[in-house]
Design a protein around this ligand. Structure first.
Ligand code: GLC
Length: 473
């Protein structure tokens, strides 16, 4: 079975968030299970691309509106990612360092999608399934069915996975001429609330859509920034599959980015040493419980509540804890978080930015991970934390609800709260401090978490089942 994944991100080539992690791992595990999975990405002028070699696979040109673009398909030479990686290179349009946020982003992603389909048609290498991720690739299922140049692809099954329905890729109807000629009687499929909505189009036109957790699928019919009715209408086409993690990259026993490797057996000593090292780096006190937050500093992740939560905890629970934050995002949040440093330098650390190495060291060295997300389609950080014996504290929403069971329950291993508020986060921090004081329970909980299996080995099987169903039906 040949499956092509089409995405804007893929770790380690280009990653902004969880989408990159998923597209960098799922295809690898599909290949291990015998599926011929590959990934197609835009060409980004970034470290991985500069430092690795690529072979020219194909070249041609496309029209985007009135403009003609030459393009090349480049294939990573060594197959080092565990799957074939193809990059679409368009000089001056797709050869820039950043992944998002250029003023001509709409043209960039339309050209990316057209090039992909043009290549498939002209090369004759048709996959069995095209798997699109998020809105950047959302027009592909429509173009396959209704754009005249791609008619020969109409029988290829398409799947789209929604990693985050907050971002929908809306374009004004004035952009319509950028698309290739298509059957205008189908224009309605592009439309949602008077604009061309790429995510809505992919939900309408793909054979099946998936969300990255079952609870998120349920929630989308109630709350999805304007798409509620669509999710209700299309419910029978939806399937929630929980993400996995790449247990080769996220493995405390082998992780070369952390100070001291450890397993379930050597957990106590291993964590202690990683924690000591991490705390020293930030001037924190290693004998106290260490809480961390890792992620984009945006309201979706509850980052706007962090500064007040941290101030309240450090003031009311006086010196009983350390908090360390890694992330970047909203400038106001960044500023608020920076201000805390002068008041609480011994118990608070902050690193503004994206830092993969530090993230690994934090999972290894911390005691608790805070995830006060408002919206969390799946969440991977809690899964990384579980693997490293770091106890997640989560708002019960989306994938967090599906993966973290509160220690109040017999089979539980994390801390969770129903309603998102500063009060409830601080209360959970208090519960965590009590747990930290109960060494026996703490170690038992950590061991239980580390033994859980959230690997892609398991979740990739569900995608295979879905692909098989599509091909047989
Ligand atoms: C997005 C979501 C996150 C999910 C990730 C991978 O970043 O916000 O919850 O885990 O995609 O699917």
């Amino acid at each position: 079975m040949n499956v092509i994944h089409l995405s804007a991100e893929c770790y380690p080539v280009a990653k902004v968030g969880g989408l990159g992690d998923v597209v960098g791992a799922l295809p690898k595990y599909l290949c291990k299970a015998g599926v011929n999975a590959s990934v197609v990405l835009p060409y980004y002028n970034r470290k991985f691309v500069q430092e690795n070699s690529f072979d020219l696979e194909f070249k041609s040109s496309i029209n985007v509106g009135k403009q003609v673009f030459d393009y090349q398909i480049l294939k990573e030479s060594k197959g080092q990612l565990g799957f074939d990686l193809f990059l679409i290179y368009i000089p001056r349009l797709l050869d820039r360092p950043e992944i998002y946020s250029y003023p001509d982003e709409i043209e960039q992603f339309i050209a990316f999608q057209i090039c992909f389909l043009d290549w498939i048609v002209k090369s004759g290498n048709k996959p069995d399934i095209i798997h699109c991720h998020d809105h950047h690739t959302g027009l592909v299922p429509f173009l396959i069915l209704h754009a005249y140049p791609f008619k020969s692809l109409a029988n290829i099954a398409t799947v789209c996975t929604i990693h985050n329905a907050e971002y929908q890729g809306c374009l004004g109807w004035d952009k319509i001429d950028l698309l290739p000629e298509f059957d205008r009687s189908k224009s309605d499929l592009l439309n949602w609330d008077t604009c061309i909505n790429s995510l809505a189009t992919s939900i309408k036109c793909s054979k099946k859509f998936t969300t990255v957790s079952p609870s998120y699928l349920e929630e989308l019919s109630q709350k999805s920034s304007g798409l509620e009715r669509l999710f209700k209408e299309q419910k029978q086409k939806g399937l929630g599959i929980i993400n996995g993690i790449d247990t080769e990259v996220w493995d405390p026993e082998q992780d070369h980015l952390i100070y001291k490797n450890y397993s379930i057996e050597t957990l106590i000593e291993g964590k202690e040493q990683n924690k000591k090292q991490l705390c020293e780096g930030f001037g924190l006190e290693p004998q106290k419980p260490l809480f961390i937050f890792i992620g984009r500093l945006v309201t979706e992740k509850g980052a706007d509540l962090l500064a007040e939560t941290i101030n309240t905890s450090l003031e009311t629970l006086k010196d009983q804890l350390n908090i360390l934050v890694l992330g970047s995002g909203n400038p106001i949040t960044e500023k608020e978080l920076s201000k805390i440093k002068s008041k609480h330098s011994k118990h608070y650390g902050l690193h503004i930015g994206y830092n993969e190495e530090l993230a690994h060291q934090m999972y290894a060295g911390a005691d608790f991970l805070l995830m006060p997300s408002r919206v969390e389609p799946c969440g991977l950080n809690q899964l990384y934390a579980l693997r490293y014996g770091t106890i997640p504290i989560v708002h019960k929403t989306g994938g967090l609800k599906d993966t973290v069971i509160d220690i109040e329950n017999k089979e539980g291993y994390g801390l969770s709260f129903e309603t998102l508020s500063i009060e409830n986060i601080v209360h959970s921090i208090e519960r965590a401090i009590s747990l930290f004081a109960n060494r026996e329970k703490l170690v038992k909980t950590r061991k239980k978490m580390m033994a859980l299996n959230f690997s892609w080995d398991k979740s990739s099987k569900e995608y295979i089942k879905l692909y098989e169903n599509l091909l047989s039906g």
